[in-house]
Design a protein around this ligand. Structure first.
Ligand code: KPL
Length: 318
């Protein structure tokens, strides 16, 4: 696979699909260095007001279009160097299907989704390289009452905490492309590392998300509230089931163990509204299927009982 089209000198645009918090963060960061087109459901002004993780406000101008307009070629429509799918996992396949007639079949894709549902499916069916990313970048779109006097000056997206992004493909067939894309993200100010074990990283993140996101979303609490003693027995029981599934799937536990990893993230992100709670508060569908579904499926595959995970799935808003 040639990497020519994703090097910084390429003038073919990067297509970023999905104007949620992560899509806007990636677009605003990359657009300062590369030609970027951000596709969303709705039309939007050609600028993103980004509040950086240092609290500075920047306005970044870029090309924004409606996905349906771009797909219908109602505008100038050059083949992209790379398509970054930044939609929620349940919207990803439909977005790709809509774009498909306008993409060459070997266009490289970069998937930014949580969980482990779309990644294997798209990797299996797409003819071109499919890179997957696991990111700890934290961003949100502020929810403000339109009557509020802060409304007109609100940022579109707040980069709540700078994190790290790992990039690779599930079969480790495209390390050079992963390295080239990681380098581009690095030039755009993000910490990005190519890796040969992206499946491990995606499942490790899924383990963290499977505990924090559903519990915070169903109780409508911040991540740090999960450190309270009332949640401990539930978290311990969930971690035990998750640990058995990870072992059966061949996913390495972190050096300190799953419990310590999850407690560490709860502490480090104590003030955050998890992405699933943000979805619930904004009245959007949640990613419970993409995050808890693969655990339930793996439990069935390996004949492991997962009563805690199933109960959590049932209690999680969708
Ligand atoms: O990734 C996250 C999310 O909210 O989706 C965590 C790690 C739980 C941080 O909020």
């Amino acid at each position: 696979m040639t990497i020519r089209t994703v090097t910084p000198v390429a003038d073919a645009p990067w297509l970023i699909v999905g104007a949620g918090a992560l899509g806007q963060l990636f677009s605003a960061s990359l657009a300062r260095h590369y030609p970027v087109i951000l596709l969303g459901r709705q039309s939007a002004p050609p600028a993103i007001r980004l509040r950086t993780s240092e609290g500075m406000d920047h306005q970044v101008t870029l090309r924004r279009e409606r996905l349906s307009d771009w797909a219908a070629e109602r505008s100038r429509n050059e083949p992209p160097a790379l398509v970054v799918l930044a939609t929620k996992s349940h919207d990803t396949q439909a977005a790709l299907d809509a774009l498909m007639p306008r993409l060459t079949p070997t266009t490289p894709l970069l998937l930014l989704q949580n969980g482990f549902q779309v990644q294997p499916r798209i990797s299996e069916h797409w003819a071109g390289p499919v890179l997957c990313a696991s990111t700890t970048e934290a961003a949100y779109r502020p929810l403000l009452d339109p009557e509020s006097e802060l409304y007109s000056t609100r940022p579109d997206v707040v980069h709540a905490a700078a994190g790290e992004t790992w990039i690779g493909d599930l079969d480790d067939r495209h390390p050079t492309l992963a390295a080239a894309v990681a380098e581009c993200l690095g030039k755009a100010g993000m910490t990005a590392t190519p890796c040969l074990d992206i499946r491990q990283r995606l499942w490790q993140k899924l383990a963290v998300n499977a505990v924090i996101n559903p519990l915070t979303a169903s109780h409508r609490i911040r991540n740090g509230d999960l450190a309270g003693p009332e949640f401990r027995p539930r978290i311990v029981a969930l971690v035990a089931e998750i640990g058995r599934i990870m072992q059966a799937e061949g996913i390495q536990p972190p050096a300190t163990g799953w419990q310590a990893l999850i407690e560490g993230v709860i502490e480090a992100t104590a003030a955050n509204h998890s992405s699933m709670l943000q979805d619930v508060l904004a009245g959007r569908p949640t990613e419970r299927g993409a995050i808890l579904g693969p655990l339930i499926d793996a439990g069935l595959r390996h004949r492991l009982d997962t009563p805690e995970i199933i109960a959590l799935y049932q209690a999680t808003p969708h």
